[in-house]
Design a protein around this ligand. Structure first.
Ligand code: HEC
Length: 492
């Protein structure tokens, strides 16, 4: 008789009174003369469950044999059956377990904070109203997915008070502009002038991977940490609205800008690779999987050909050989791996970093793989070999995050927590120029399509474009729109 213990307990009754009191007075719009808006299950209650309960009561964990990720399952309950008595929150174990001050609370005392009082009051009201499902919503619908679909991204501010982390950069096909991954937007900068020319608003909070297709469309991999991840394709030359001399494109709603939604998942997509012929695309991330798409029939006919699950933890980097045969991946599981996309099998595991492998690159002909990681090393090995290192190069004094191959010359660029971008000879791993000018961890690095420039982007919003031939700085700017970098006045 576990259930009785809760709804008959005095503290629980007090909590219920407090809760209804809160409903009346904490939300003034509800207490006004207008008829109260009924509590919506999907809009008001489900977000509370996602925040406080799903960690243990989803399809995977099912604590107490209870999965509540659809309305139907929520009502089925666990070992004790339906924990809801519509109309009577005080008789519902579901509510009692949230507000009880007794030992058995949900979330369990030793596992998390109690549900905030205002949130518990919403659950209380919903049960009082009949614990109903919203009209038009399928009882079997996956609530995690429904919440994701309903979520609306914020509109980026005109001017930022704080600098925005740069997670990715890409040169436009004409080498003249730099696309920078910002916060719920991509910003486009005129490199010669160091000026913001375009802002493309995106659903995604962060852009972790940027790559142009041969037709000039921009593929973006990214997401919202712990919430969602996606790969979307934008036409950044579509028409926008001019605002203070900057063109603003709505990549959230405008179909002329957001031209394709390739896929979405439940956590961030962290890496993206596309073959130069634009026919094969690979993207992977926090769900440990890399999804591979065939784009040879064009974007409209894009098809998922395989989902590669070859790592035990997040996939942080991916690269494709030019012929689309090998997929190289970097993992938080401390390995770099090679997957043969034709044979659909794992061919190499490279274990020598012995710490997180952040970034990966491949020689176009597939004859050499390059990986970088928390061990500060750049290592090269054979994608068709036995997972033994051929050579490694030290040079960075801190973790190395990204590595990219120059499209026109045998050259690699790496970016690091040591605030530099370094160039390397692809064949000998001899160190080339060390490029400075950034003042924080360098998370993003990219070569221009003509191979003559390299750009780095850092945690503090800094972006620098350098000339590859002599390491000179072409332009440096902070890529957070409207943010004014404070410079200490010179000391007298
Ligand atoms: C940290 C893990 C965890 C979280 C978070 C959690 N629960 Fe539980 N829950 C459990 C475990 C373990 C059980 C089984 C043991 C028990 O019944 O006390 C359980 C059992 C239950 C049961 C009883 C199921 C049955 O039929 O026996 C209900 C109802 C419940 N939880 C509701 C919730 C609600 C509502 C939330 C969010 C406000 C929540 N839980 C959050 C771990 C959790």
């Amino acid at each position: 008789m576990l259930r009785c213990r809760f709804w008959t307990s005095v503290p629980c009754a007090v909590a219920a009174i407090v809760a209804s009191y809160l409903v009346l007075f904490a939300a003034p719009q509800r207490a006004s003369a207008q008829p109260a808006k009924p509590v919506s299950f999907i809009n008001d209650v489900a977000p509370i469950l996602k925040e406080n309960c799903f960690a243990c009561h989803d399809t995977r964990k099912k604590s107490g044999k209870y999965d509540m990720t659809s309305y139907e399952k929520l009502r089925l309950g666990g070992v004790n059956g339906d924990p809801l008595t519509p109309g009577k929150p005080e008789q519902s174990e579901f509510h009692a377990l949230i507000v009880t001050t007794e030992q058995r609370r949900m979330p369990p005392r030793d596992k998390g904070e109690a549900v905030p009082k205002d949130k518990a009051a919403i659950v209380n009201q919903w049960i009082k109203d009949g614990a109903k499902l919203d009209a038009g919503l399928d009882a079997k619908a996956d609530l995690v997915k429904e919440l994701r679909v309903r979520w609306k991204p914020p509109v980026p501010p005109k001017a930022y008070q704080f600098p925005i982390v740069v997670n990715s950069v890409a040169f436009t096909p004409d080498n003249k502009f730099l696309v920078v991954g910002g916060h719920h937007e991509l910003t486009v900068w005129d490199i010669a002038a160091g000026k913001l020319v375009k802002r493309i608003y995106t659903r995604s909070e962060r852009a972790h991977g940027l790559a142009f297709l041969p037709d000039g469309k921009l593929v973006v991999a990214g997401g919202r940490p712990g919430q969602e991840g996606d790969v979307r394709v934008y036409n950044i030359t579509a028409k926008g609205k001019a605002e203070d001399g900057v063109e603003v494109l709505d990549g959230v709603n405008d179909k002329a800008v957001l031209v394709k939604h390739l896929f979405d998942v439940e956590d961030s997509v962290l890496c993206l690779a596309i073959t130069t012929d634009g026919k094969t695309l690979a993207a992977g991330g926090c769900d440990r999987a890399v999804r591979v798409f065939d784009l040879s029939g064009g974007l409209d006919k894009a098809t998922l050909t395989q989902t590669v699950e070859n790592h035990a933890d997040w996939v942080l980097g991916c690269a494709l050989s030019a012929d689309g045969k090998y997929l190289l991946t970097a993992g938080r599981d401390k390995t770099a791996k090679v997957w043969d996309l034709k044979e659909k099998q794992s061919v190499v595991t490279f274990p020598e970093h012995q710490s997180i492998v952040y970034g990966i690159a491949v020689k176009a002909d597939g004859s050499a793989g390059y990986s970088v990681g928390a061990d500060k090393q750049l290592r090269t090995w054979k994608p068709s070999g036995e997972g033994k290192g051929v050579k490694n190069a030290a040079g960075h004094s801190d973790e190395v995050f990204k590595i990219v191959a120059n499209p026109k010359q045998p050259m690699l660029a790496t970016s690091s927590a040591d605030k530099t971008v370094k160039l390397w000879n692809m064949d000998t791993l001899a160190a080339g120029k060390s490029l400075s000018g950034l003042n924080d961890h360098v998370f993003a690095v990219a070569f221009s399509p003509d191979g003559e420039f390299v750009a780095g982007g850092s945690y503090d919003g800094g972006v620098v474009v350098w000339k590859v031939s002599d390491g000179s700085t072409v332009k440096a700017f902070n890529a957070s729109p409207g943010f004014v970098v404070k410079v200490d006045p010179p000391k007298k």
